[in-house]
Design a protein around this ligand. Structure first.
Ligand code: 13P
Length: 258
């Protein structure tokens, strides 16, 4: 049985003061939670120290929203895997659509970042997903295949034993337009089928999150789908009440499944 996960991607949001309050509320709100679900927070780099101070020795893990290749060097503005590890990160987002589209990260760079994350002991959360135009042109499976195969080719299928995948249709991110549970399930099942061609066991055990306008009122329907193992939450993770409600939905599904 796969474990459910709820992850909060705080993107470029928050100040010292409200990150402190939000992390503290999440710490308090998850105190009574069991280890049946994984909870991960992705704050901005500058708030990692704050998060480490507050969330150390809790059930909540944290990670970086991005990383660059190598351990250190002349790469102004970048941050490395070892730097994230130094601040207690266990995870790192790789290939978020905002990185692919706004910052022009291509398939090759994303695959290299995925491999780099693993080399430094970080669990990459590989984000994949199609744009609205690609969906309308029935290219969803083609796009997903390219985004996955480019990583498998460089890092190898075994690398996925230590990774998480997040299916995030670009048209559902920050738009309030969530994929229906059926639409998301269809793509999640396709992702598992594609991985199964390489390694059936990894396809069965890997955690595949859905992301794109996940809210407290739609999480239950999404998390009930057989191939959806939780959510990568943007906007709704910036408020403790809605983030905790989404976590509770995952917890209910985890409890119901034993
Ligand atoms: P929203 O939940 O705000 O749509 O963001 C999703 C996302 O991009 C998470 O990585």
């Amino acid at each position: 049985m796969r474990k459910k996960m709820v992850a909060g991607n705080w993107k470029m949001c928050g100040s010292r003061c409200n990150v402190d309050a939000l992390a503290d509320a999440i710490k308090k709100g998850t105190k009574s939670f069991s280890t049946k679900i994984d909870i991960v927070i992705f704050p901005s780099f500058v708030h990692l120290q704050l998060i480490e101070n507050i969330l150390v020795d809790t059930l909540v893990s944290w990670g970086g929203q991005n990383l660059y290749l190598g351990a250190q060097g002349a790469f102004t503005g970048e941050i490395s895997g070892p730097m994230l590890v130094d601040y207690g990160c266990q995870y790192v987002l790789v290939g978020h659509s905002e990185r692919r589209i706004i910052f022009h990260e291509d398939l090759k760079l994303i695959a290299a970042k995925f491999k780099t994350a693993l080399e430094y002991g970080l669990k990459p959360v590989l984000c994949i997903g199609e744009t609205l135009a690609e969906r309308e042109q029935q290219k969803t499976e083609k796009v997903i295949t390219e985004q996955l195969e480019s990583v498998i080719e460089l890092a190898g299928i075994d690398a996925f034993r230590h990774a998480v995948i997040a299916y995030e249709p670009v048209w559902a991110i920050g738009t309030g337009l969530t994929a229906t549970p059926e639409q998301a399930q269809e793509v999640h099942a396709f992702i598992r089928k594609l991985l199964a061609k390489h390694h059936p066991d990894i396809a069965n055990t890997i955690c595949i999150l859905y992301g794109g306008s996940v809210k407290a009122d739609n999480a239950a329907g999404l998390f009930a789908m057989p191939d959806i193992d939780g959510g990568l939450v943007g906007g709704a993770s910036l408020e403790a009440k809605s983030f905790l409600a989404i976590c509770e939905n995952a917890l209910e599904k985890a409890a119901g499944s034993v």
